[in-house]
Write a protein that binds this ligand. Structure first.
Ligand SMILES: Nc1ncnc2c1ncn2[C@@H]1O[C@H](COP(=O)(O)OP(=O)(O)OP(=O)(O)O)[C@@H](O)[C@H]1O
Ligand SMILES: [Mg+2]
Length: 307
C-alpha cells in the first residue's frame, strides 16, 4: 500500500439534458442534499436564466447582489468565491436543515442569457480570453473548498452551457422516458463530442457518466427505461444509474418549504405535513424516492470518483 496521503480531487459534474423540465434542477438539489448528508461539501452552480435552483433553495423573493452573471461577465473584477451563498451546513442561516457536510450555492441570474455579450465588452484586461473558459477559471479558485461541484444549466446549448462543459469531468443526464427526450439525447451527445473535439480541449475530455431516469409515472415508462438500457445505451457505452425516480407528489409539499426530498423523512419542522387522508399515498411515493436518492448519491460517488 502506498504511504502517500492523497486528497480526493473535487468532483466537477453537471446534470444536463437539452430537453426542458426533465428534472435536472430537482435531481441536482436532491443529490446535493444526500451528498451533504454523507458529509460532503457541495457547491451548486445555478447557471440557468430561470434561476430555478436559487428560487427553490432561497425563495423567489431572495435577492443577491452578486450572481454567476457578475462572475462570468467580468471574472477579473468578481471572484467566484465572492458570490457563494450558504444554504445548509455549519454557516447556513436560511435553513435549519441538518447535514454533516454543506450545501452552498452560486446564485443564478436572468442576465446569464447576455453573459457572452457582456464578457466581450469587458474583454480588455481579463485573465481569460474567451467566455467559455470562465467556469473552469472560476473552479480553480475554489478547489479545496468543496468535494463536489454540481452545475445546473438551463435546457438549451449556449455560451453558458459551453463554458460548463469545458469545465466539468462528466455529465449525468436526467432522462424522462418519453419520445422527445431521445432526440435531445442525440443532440447532447453531438454537442459534447463537438466540444471535446475543439483544439484547446486536447488535455481535457468530458464524458457522459450515466443517465438517471426521472419523473416516471407509468409502468410503460419503466419498461421503456429497461429497453433503453439494453439497446440504445449499451451501444453508446453509457450506463444508467439503478434508481428510477417516480413522479412524486411529495414535491408539492417540499417546494414551499425549500427542502429536498430526503429532509421529509427526518421529521423536519419546516416540512408541511400532508393531510391525513392522503398520507398513505404520499408516504408510499416518498419512501421509494428517499431510498432512491440515497442510492443515487452512492452510485454517483462511485462513478465520478477518480475522474
Ligand atoms: N420526481 C418528480 N416527481 C414529480 N415532479 C417532479 C419530479 N422531478 C421534477 N418534478 C417537477 O417537474 C418540473 C420540472 O422539474 P425541474 O425544474 O427539476 O426540471 P428541469 O429539467 O430542471 O427544468 P428546466 O429545463 O426548465 O431547467 C418541476 O415542476 C418539478 O417540481
Ligand atoms: Mg432546471
Amino acid at each position: 500500500m502506498s504511504s502517500t496521503t492523497s486528497v480526493n480531487p473535487m468532483i466537477v459534474e453537471a446534470l444536463i439534458n437539452l430537453k426542458g423540465g426533465v428534472g435536472k434542477t430537482t435531481t441536482t438539489i436532491n443529490l446535493a442534499f444526500e451528498l451533504a448528508r454523507m458529509g460532503k461539501r457541495v457547491l451548486i452552480g445555478d447557471f440557468d436564466t430561470q434561476e430555478n435552483a436559487t428560487d427553490y433553495l432561497f425563495g423567489a423573493d431572495c435577492h443577491f447582489p452578486l450572481t454567476l452573471y457578475n462572475f462570468m461577465a467580468d471574472p477579473r473584477n468578481v471572484a467566484l468565491r465572492d458570490i457563494i451563498q450558504p444554504y445548509a451546513g455549519p454557516n447556513a442561516k436560511r435553513t435549519s436543515l441538518q447535514v454533516s457536510g454543506c450545501i452552498d450555492v452560486l446564485p443564478g441570474d436572468a442576465g446569464l442569457g447576455f453573459v457572452a455579450e457582456e464578457f466581450y465588452r469587458n474583454r480588455v484586461g481579463q485573465p481569460i480570453e474567451f467566455v467559455h473558459h470562465s467556469v473552469r477559471y472560476g473552479i480553480e479558485q475554489i478547489r479545496g473548498l468543496y468535494d463536489i461541484f454540481l452545475a445546473d444549466p438551463g435546457p438549451s446549448w449556449n455560451a453558458v452551457t459551453d463554458a460548463i462543459v469545458h469545465a466539468i469531468s462528466g455529465v449525468v443526464v436526467p432522462f424522462t422516458p418519453e419520445p422527445m427526450v431521445f432526440n435531445s439525447m442525440k443532440h447532447l451527445l453531438k454537442a459534447i463530442s463537438s466540444s471535446n473535439a475543439r483544439t484547446f480541449r486536447q488535455d481535457h475530455q468530458t464524458m457522459i457518466h450515466g443517465i438517471v431516469y426521472t419523473k416516471c409515472v407509468s409502468a410503460g415508462q419503466r419498461k421503456i427505461a429497461g429497453g433503453l438500457k439494453s439497446a440504445f445505451l449499451q451501444e453508446l457505452h453509457i450506463q444508467s444509474f439503478t434508481p428510477i425516480f417516480n413522479f412524486t407528489d411529495v414535491l408539492m409539499n417540499l417546494v414551499p418549504a425549500r427542502l429536498p426530498l430526503g429532509a421529509y423523512l427526518t421529521e423536519h419542522p419546516e416540512v408541511i405535513k400532508p393531510k391525513a387522508s392522503s398520507n398513505d399515498m404520499i408516504g408510499t411515493f416518498y419512501q421509494s424516492d428517499a431510498d432512491d436518492c440515497k442510492r443515487f448519491a452512492e452510485e454517483f460517488l462511485q462513478v465520478t470518483q477518480g475522474h
